[in-house]
Structure formats: C-alpha cells, structure tokens
Design a protein around this ligand. Structure first.
Ligand code: GLU
Length: 430
C-alpha cells in the first residue's frame, strides 16, 4: 500500500505512541511528549547585495527541558517546514536521553537555499536568525549547533551576534556548539556524527556475528555526516563500494578511495564527474540497488520508503540521517530480517561531542582529539549495549527499545517535577 503521508512530525508521534504502549505507560505521558513545549516562528529581514530587502522565515522549536537545557542544530534548507523542525526537535530529546546527555531536544530551521546567497548575505541571515531567536536561547537555556547546510563559520557569526546583543563585553562561547576549533570549538566535532555512524556500524556488525573488515558498505549523502561516515567505515575496515549525493551515485565494487572523493567534493562541490579505476557513475537513487552488507543513509528524512524498501538488499541499516526510514518502509525491512540501528542512536555522535564542547567552554579546559573520540566511543557503545539488552529482554526491534529506554528515563523527572500526574479515581482523597 502506498504511504498516505510522510509528515515527519506524525512519524515522530507514532514512534512515541508505540514505545509508550509497549511500556504500558500512561496517556498523560504520551500527550506530554507528543508536542513540543515551545515553537517560535520568526521573520528575518536581510539586505541583499543588490540593495533590496528579502524576508526569510525561520523556526526554533524546544521540545522538552525536563532534564536540562535544550539542544539541537539549525538547518538552512529550502524545504524546511514547521512540522519538520518539530519532528527534529522531538527526535533530539530522545537522542540525548539515549546517550545520557543532560539535555532536552530542540531544533531550528530557516527556509532558504544557502547556495543562492553570497557569503555576506549568508552572514546577514545567520546574524538575523540568531538575533530573532536570542530571547529564548542561552548557554543554560537552549544551545543550538550546526545541522544540514550550516557549519562552524555560521556558528561563529551567531556567537558574535548573540554576544554583542548581550552588551556585557563578554564572548558567550557556550551558547552555540560546533564552532571552529580556533574559536572555542572542539576537536573531533566536525568528524563526530560520521565517526559515530561508523562506530555503531561496527557494533551492529558484531551483533550480527560478523566483523567490519569482511563487509561491504554503501553511504547515501556525502555532506558532513555521510563523508565522515564513509571515511571512518573504510578506516575501520569495511569496503565502501557506493557513495551518493544530490548529483549522482559513484559505484566501485573494488572499494572507493574516500579521502580522494572528499578532496574532489571540496573543490567541485558535488560528486558528479568523480572517477577512479573501476568506478561507474549511476543515478543517485541507484545507490539503494547496490548489494552491500550495510547501508548508511546520511542525507535527509524519508529516503527509504515503501517504494524502495523491497529493492534494498542488505543485512544492516545504520541511520546517519534523522528520520531516513518511514514506518511503512521499516515494517517491510524488519519483515525481511534487516537489522536497523535507529537514528536516535546512530547519529547521536554529533550532539555527544557538542556536549563535550559545551562542558569545555563552561570550564575553559580543553581535551585532545583522542580524548574526545574515546569519550564519544565510550558513551555511544554503552548506549548501544543498553539498548540491545532491552531489545532482547522485551523481544522488540532496536528502534522500539531505544525509545523505551528514553521514555523510562524521562518519565522519572517529569513525575518528580510534578509536570504530569496520573490520578486514578481511587487515588482521590475522599
Ligand atoms: N544537528 C545535529 C543532530 O541532529 C547535532 C546537534 C547538536 O550538536 O546539538 O544531532
């Protein structure tokens, strides 16, 4: 049956409902978690290089701050919608809970194609957005970070804007993470999400009774997450035989040279035209037709749907993107016996290292690249093991187990703080 709707926020709500039901938890808990606590919509006037003013629409959604300040990236993309940002903010809450970070979830987005902006226009938009959301963010309130099409430079402009607005003469580094290393950033942050994807692939492959160095893999998306996922997958021993981006898919059954492909994309922006001995260029959707032991979808939501799930021939999917597999597709894949490492664990490396960046900014004490990667590995492997343990105990799939762990964790502070009560008639004082 064709999928009726692919609204990511409805998908997020369905995932929460499923886990709440599996835990025999209450409707009160579901209703509390199923809507974000705050959704801010802003209009950002930007003076364009030709002198006219263009007004952009942006959002900042804070899902839940029961555990601590909210946290999550900012996305610049022409297809951003309010519901997408609400879904992404919700997933951030669950992601932080799964890896045990003291944060709730948030997300931001601006409807814009940044490729159409000059550098100065991009700076004005970044500053305008930081200014517009400044009343609700702060190092102890909500800490944004990069996401699709935003990077360290964008974070640096936003820190500068926020600090100037405060008017105290102090630079507030800890209000954004994912900054350049030379400006309060953290070693290993750029690599973190992709590195985490490769680590989770390594653990899942072991779970399936194999070793990474006898596997082949394919990676969808070659931006920050996908390129580093491919790089670390190949460094950890997997033969990466397919990569793709918006422009095409590059297939090499003998294994791709990922460093070379990354250098090519740095210069040419897109993968199209990239060549190696034995490589062929296919259309971007053909990536999912390549037979490989594992696939890491590392682009946008809804990449794997009921339309292509039947064609996918793999044992393992490691979700580097947020929400890449629709629930209908997931049903098909689980029926075929595919093991899925869910996004809220597989791509949690970015926010895990963002947390380390934030701690360093607050303490003015900085760790080495190896220390950061070791801490990231410890946190993610521990989370993986906890989820697998519950998955076996409850006999559910890995996504359900991850949501169940997160819901069990957040239910406690919600009740302790008195944010939810589930009074039954018999509890009433007579
Ligand atoms: N945008 C990233 C994510 O979706 C990182 C968020 C952060 O570092 O706060 O997880």
């Amino acid at each position: 049956m064709a999928e009726k709707t692919l609204n990511p926020f409805e998908i997020a709500q369905r995932q929460i409902r499923k886990a709440v039901d599996e835990l025999n938890e209450t409707d009160e808990l579901y209703y509390f978690l199923s809507e974000p606590m705050r959704t801010l919509e802003v209009s950002i006037p930007v003076t364009m290089d030709d002198g006219h003013t263009k007004v952009f629409t942006g959002y900042r959604v804070q899902h839940n701050d029961a555990i601590g300040p909210t946290k999550g990236g900012i996305r610049f993309h022409p297809k951003v919608t309010k519901d997408e940002v609400k879904a992404l903010a919700t997933w951030m809450t669950f992601k932080c809970l799964v890896v045990g970070l003291p944060y709730g979830g948030a997300k931001g987005g601006v409807i814009v194609d940044p490729k159409e902006l000059s550098k100065v226009e991009l700076e004005r938009l970044s500053r305008g957005y930081a200014n517009a959301i400044s009343p609700i963010i702060g190092p102890k309130k909500d800490i944004p970070a990069p996401d699709v099409n935003t990077d360290g430079q964008v974070m640096a402009w936003m820190v500068d804007e926020y600090s100037q607005l405060r008017g105290t003469g102090q630079t507030v580094h800890a209000v954004f993470t994912g900054k350049p290393v030379e400006f309060g950033g953290c070693l290993g942050r750029t690599e973190a999400t992709g590195y985490g994807v490769a680590l989770m692939a390594r653990e899942a492959v072991k779970e399936l009774g194999m070793e990474l160095d006898v596997t082949t893999s394919t990676v969808q998306g070659f931006g920050n997450v996908g390129s580093y996922a491919a790089k670390y997958l190949s460094e950890l021993g997997s033969k990466v035989i397919g990569i793709s981006d918006f422009s095409c898919c590059i297939h090499n059954p003998k294994g791709l040279n990922i460093k070379k492909a990354m250098e090519y994309v740095k210069v040419n922006k897109l993968l199209t035209g990239y060549e190696e001995v034995d490589s062929t260029e296919l259309s971007r959707d053909e990536l999912f037709l390549i037979e490989s032991d594992l696939i890491a979808p590392c682009a946008l939501e809804n990449a794997i749907t009921s339309k292509n799930a039947e064609d996918i021939k793999t044992k393992l999917i490691v979700e580097g993107a947020n929400g890449p597999t629709t629930p209908e597709a997931e049903k098909i894949l689980l029926r075929k016996g595919v093991f899925i490492v869910p996004d809220i664990l597989a791509n949690a490396g970015g926010v895990t290292v963002s947390y380390l960046e934030w701690v360093q900014n607050l303490y003015h004490y900085y760790w080495s690249f190896k220390e950061i990667q070791d801490k990231q590995e410890d946190k993610m492997v521990e989370a993986f093991e906890n989820i697998i343990h519950l998955m076996r105990e409850k006999d559910v799939d890995m996504r359900s187990a991850a949501y169940m762990i997160a819901i069990q964790k957040i239910a406690i502070p919600l009740r302790l703080r008195g944010w939810i009560y589930e009074e039954k008639p018999e509890d009433k004082v007579k």
